[in-house]
Design a protein around this ligand. Structure first.
Ligand code: MG
Ligand code: ZN
Length: 222
């Protein structure tokens, strides 16, 4: 072995191999996998709670919850009606493909259309660990400020879809939507954005329509 290959690169390659196994498992069952990324408090779990009832009778959804220490979010997802599996990272600040590989057999994959993986709240290292999901969705929220794309370019540079949560708070904030979206456009020009409020329900219809369309595409291809 080449001793000079950096350790980080070896870890990334091992992770990518397991991520490919996860992707194959999801594809075999025709499940569209989503990696939900955000900083703490942006509203990942609230988005899942708002999404599940709107998909009832339309898509069958399973949830993997990544959390530093507690199972509170998995309990919220289960209460909202989805089979939910908890990954407690024991302090690790991101999910990796092996953790998801452990969780997948604990879900009824054959009975699911959509799998939502809620990553650990963190805008830095989750960007470096592919999980094998089909799409990365970044949940931003207006109280975090409009400078986030400029401060976290590696995360904002890999998103396929962006939820901009808590738009109901805009009248009370200095959040400049145009500045925020300019930052996103430079890093991820093809990202589709969903400004919405999980609290009021405003904007959720477009998000739900996108989820349904993407899930059907994956099932059609699988
Ligand atoms: Mg959460
Ligand atoms: Zn980490």
């Amino acid at each position: 072995m080449n001793q000079r290959v950096p350790v980080v690169e070896k870890i990334t390659k091992a992770n990518d191999r397991i991520a490919a196994l996860n992707r194959a498992l999801l594809d075999r069952h025709g499940v569209f996998g989503l990696n939900l990324l955000a900083s703490p408090g942006a509203g990942k779990t609230s988005l899942i709670e708002a999404t599940l009832p709107r998909l009832r009778g339309r898509l069958r959804v399973g949830v993997v919850e990544g959390d530093l220490a507690t199972s509170l979010d998995a309990e919220r997802a289960a209460a909202a009606g989805a089979p939910a599996v908890q990954i407690t990272t024991g302090g690790a600040c991101h999910l990796d493909a092996a953790m998801v590989n452990d969780a997948l057999p604990r879900l009824p994959l054959a009975e699911l259309d959509l799998l939502i993986v809620e990553n650990v709240g963190n805008l830095i290292c989750p960007a470096s660990f592919a999980l094998g999901t089909h799409a990365d969705v970044l949940v931003a929220s207006t109280p975090e400020g409009d400078d986030k794309p400029y401060k976290y370019p590696s995360m904002y540079g890999r998103v396929g879809a962006l939820v901009i949560n808590k738009i109901d708070l805009l009248p009370h904030l200095d959040f400049d939507m145009e500045r925020f979206r300019r930052g996103v456009a430079v890093l991820s020009p093809d990202a589709i954005a969903f400004p919405l409020s999980c609290r009021t329900g405003e904007g959720l219809d477009a998000w739900i329509a996108w989820l349904m369309a993407r899930t059907r595409q994956t099932r059609g291809a699988g």
